[in-house]
Design a binder for this molecule. Structure first.
Ligand SMILES: C[S@@+](CC[C@H](N)C(=O)[O-])C[C@H]1O[C@@H](n2cnc3c(N)ncnc32)[C@H](O)[C@@H]1O
Length: 251
C-alpha cells in the first residue's frame, strides 16, 4: 500500500475506494436482476463519458491502470517476443505504461500510443522517462471512429472486456482496416476458464458488468468475435496468472 514501493497497490486501492465507483457497486443487485449496467443506473451515463466530465477521476483511473499494467508488463514481455515488429500500436493504451516497457525492451521497434485525447495529453512524460520518446508517436482519438494505419502489431489490452459484442466488432473492424496485411493483433485479456476454475477472471467479469458494461470471455467467444472482424486466432498464450495473449492475424 506504500506508493513508493515496487508493484505498489496504492493507486489501485485509491481508485476502487472512490465514492463514484462504490456507488456503481451499490447497484449490483440491479445488474444481477436485469443484466444491465449498474454504473449507468447510479450515474445516468456510461463510465467513459462520466470520466470525461470528471478529470480528477480520470487521472486516478489512469494511474491505477498504469500501475496494474506495469505489474503485468514483465509477464507479457517474458511470454511474447515483440522484436519482429517494426511498428507496435497500443490502441486504448492509456498513458502508455505498457508500450513504454515494450519499446524499452525492443530497441528496433517504433511505437504509436492511441487513446482518448484527455488521456494521452500527459503521456509524453512517461515516454521520456523510459527514454523511448523519439521512437513513439502519441495520437489522441476515438477508436469507435477510426485508428491510425500502418502498424504491424496492434495491442488491445483490457479494451474488449469493456464493451458489448457489437461495439467490439466496430473497434476490431477499425483495427482490421488499419493493420498491415502481415501484422498481428494481440488481445490481452483474462480469458475465462471452465466452471469452478479461475475465480479471479470471474470476479473481473462481474466488475465489467457493474462498471464499464462489458464482460470477460472464453477462448471460443474471442475466436468468434475476432472472426466477425475478419481476424483468425493463431495462438493463445498465458502471460502470468491474470492475463492471456490472444494472437490473431488478418484473414
Ligand atoms: C480498461 S482501460 C485499459 C488501458 C490500458 N490498455 C491498460 O491496459 O492499462 C481502457 C482504455 O480505453 C480507453 N478508451 C475508452 N474509450 C475510448 C475511445 N472511444 N477511444 C479511444 N480510447 C478509449 C480509455 O481511455 C482507457 O485508457
Amino acid at each position: 500500500m506504500r506508493s513508493d514501493a515496487e508493484h505498489s497497490a496504492a493507486s489501485w486501492a485509491t481508485f476502487v475506494g472512490r465514492p463514484y465507483y462504490r456507488q456503481a457497486w451499490s447497484e449490483l443487485l440491479h445488474s444481477v436482476q436485469t443484466g444491465e449496467n449498474a454504473f449507468r443506473k447510479a450515474h445516468g451515463k456510461g463510465v467513459w463519458d462520466y470520466r470525461i466530465g470528471h478529470p480528477e477521476e480520470s487521472a486516478i483511473f489512469d494511474r491505477a491502470m498504469g500501475a496494474f499494467s506495469r505489474g503485468v508488463a514483465a509477464d507479457i514481455l517474458a511470454a511474447y517476443d515483440f522484436s519482429p515488429f517494426t511498428e507496435i500500436m497500443d490502441v486504448g493504451g492509456g498513458r502508455g505504461f505498457l508500450l513504454a516497457e515494450i519499446l524499452a525492451a525492443t530497441p528496433g521497434s517504433r511505437g504509436m500510443l492511441f487513446d482518448q485525447p484527455h488521456v494521452v495529453a500527459t503521456a509524453g512524460e512517461l515516454m521520456d522517462a523510459a527514454d523511448v520518446a523519439d521512437r513513439c508517436k502519441i495520437v489522441g482519438g476515438d477508436f469507435l471512429a477510426a485508428v491510425p494505419e500502418g502498424a504491424d502489431a496492434i495491442l488491445l489490452k483490457w479494451i474488449l472486456h469493456d464493451w458489448d459484442d457489437d461495439t467490439n466488432v466496430a473497434i476490431l473492424r477499425n483495427c482490421r482496416r488499419a493493420i498491415r496485411a502481415d501484422g498481428r493483433l494481440l488481445v490481452l485479456e483474462a480469458v475465462l476458464s471452465p466452471p469452478n476454475e479461475g475465480a479471479d477472471a470471474k470476479f473481473f467479469d462481474l466488475n465489467m458488468l457493474v462498471v464499464p458494461d462489458g464482460q470477460e470471455r472464453t477462448a471460443e467467444e474471442y475466436s468468434s468475435l475476432l472472426a466477425k472482424a475478419d481476424f483468425e486466432v493463431t495462438d493463445i498464450i498465458a502471460a502470468g496468472p491474470h492475463i492471456s495473449i490472444v494472437e490473431a492475424r488478418p484473414r
